[in-house]
Design a protein around this ligand. Structure first.
Ligand SMILES: [Zn+2]
Length: 404
């Protein structure tokens, strides 16, 4: 309709007044098409012909009609007519202007709607991210680090396990152990995953996981503040926050034992806890309920660089970075090309469950990974808070996407 600014109607050249009626009728239809309501209609007709009287001449008569639209003079349709030329021309004078105004108004409406949706989504995401107390999580981290090195099978890891179980109990989280004996290069080692279950309205599961053991590094007093400590304390604080929330999906908080190699990292000497957990869940038929796995590892370091992990499921990785960016953490989550790291997400991926590894690559880059420098001094409660907020936002998004 807007692409046709000039409209013509042919009239009896010797009967202006018949023509006038026709134009009126035509414009009535056109107005209805355009959806315009007029506030006034003015017909002017005059005669340049021999009689100078438009109602008597029939030759050289002109007429002009203005349809006033509310509010502005420019919004007019002008109809010109001449009997001498034998036709009438109905010209919509301000059509182009109206078109651009209409486009601007439509564009503005789209923009405002999008802005409002964006604002509400941001508000919802920010609300979902509330409640994670990084200082309290840092307190947990101090307690774990005080226990010293916590490799699989060690008395210190026993103490860490009891601490985690007590804290889960205090948070009102239903807890169980997944105990097994791993065959390692050092012989049989008893290991225990800790599982906290937070039932949702639905039976589909999101696994939030990390490891609580530390690497066994002979000759090094490796307390694993970031590597092993931070993932466990991150999960503990998430348990406290999530236990007070209603959620559609069911959450399993899984603390893996034996993530680290006992001698040298290999397919068989690593990821003991996650491999065992995935295998038992698969045999029990419960793995099919797992819709997403969010793995946290090394989430307390100062000046972290959370890069996309190459093996992680693309849609979950995108969700991670979009949540982080929407919460304003672009510096710590810079994106870029994915980097690969072997971690507890791999057994899930191998079994077909979508998983993402939320891992800080800075310790590798700065060279303190698996060294005596992985201490509390290199950790920061703010990083725990940031990752906690990102995970909470992801959970809210997953709840919305997967339960609708
Ligand atoms: Zn490690």
């Amino acid at each position: 309709m807007y692409n046709d600014p000039v409209r013509k109607c042919f009239l009896d050249p010797h009967n202006d007044f018949y023509g006038e009626d026709f134009v009126r009728a035509y414009l009535t239809v056109m107005r209805a098409q355009l959806g315009w309501k007029t506030s006034r209609t003015v017909w002017n007709h005059w005669c340049d012909g021999p009689t100078r009287q438009p109602d008597k001449c029939g030759t050289g008569c002109y007429a002009r009609m203005e349809l006033g639209l509310p509010g502005r003079d420019s919004d007019r349709i002008r109809a010109n007519g001449t009997s001498s030329s034998g036709h009438w021309r109905v010209e919509v004078v301000s059509m182009e202007k109206r078109q651009s105004v209409a486009l601007v108004v439509a564009g503005l409406a789209v923009f405002l709607t999008a802005a409002r949706t964006h604002y509400l989504e941001q508000k919802r995401l920010a609300a979902a991210a509330e409640g994670f107390d990084g200082k309290r999580a840092f307190g947990d981290l101090q307690r774990l680090v005080t226990l010293g090195p916590r490799p699989p099978g060690s008395p210190a890891l026993d103490k860490a396990r009891r601490y985690i179980a007590d804290e889960l109990g205090d948070a009102g989280v239903e807890m169980s152990y997944d105990s097994f004996v791993a065959t390692t290069p050092m012989g049989k080692v008893a290991m225990r995953n800790i599982i906290g279950r937070l039932p949702g309205v639905r039976s589909e599961v999101v696994v939030i996981a990390g490891h609580y053991d530390t690497a066994r590094l002979p000759g090094v007093s490796f307390v694993g503040a970031n590597d092993g400590g931070s993932s466990a304390t991150e999960l503990l604080e998430l348990a406290r926050v999530l236990s007070r929330r209603r959620h559609a999906l069911t959450y399993w908080l899984v603390f893996f034992d034996g993530e680290e190699a006992l001698e040298r990292w290999s397919e068989s000497d690593s990821l003991y806890g996650s491999r065992h957990f995935v295998e038992t869940q698969r045999k029990d038929g419960r793995l099919s309920r797992v819709r997403a796995v969010l793995l946290v590892d090394m989430v307390a370091g100062r000046d972290p660089q959370f890069r996309p992990e190459a093996d992680s499921t693309p849609w979950l990785r995108e969700l991670l970075f979009s949540c982080a960016h929407r919460l304003g953490y672009r510096d710590a989550f810079p994106g870029g090309s994915p980097l690969r790291v072997e971690d507890d997400h791999l057994p899930f991926l191998a079994a077909g469950a979508p998983a993402v590894d939320i891992i800080d690559f800075a310790p590798f880059v700065r060279g303190y990974h698996h060294t005596a420098q992985d201490t509390l001094e290199r950790c920061n409660p703010d990083t725990l808070t940031m990752v906690g907020r990102v995970v909470l936002a992801m959970l809210a998004e997953l709840d919305r996407r997967l339960s609708s």
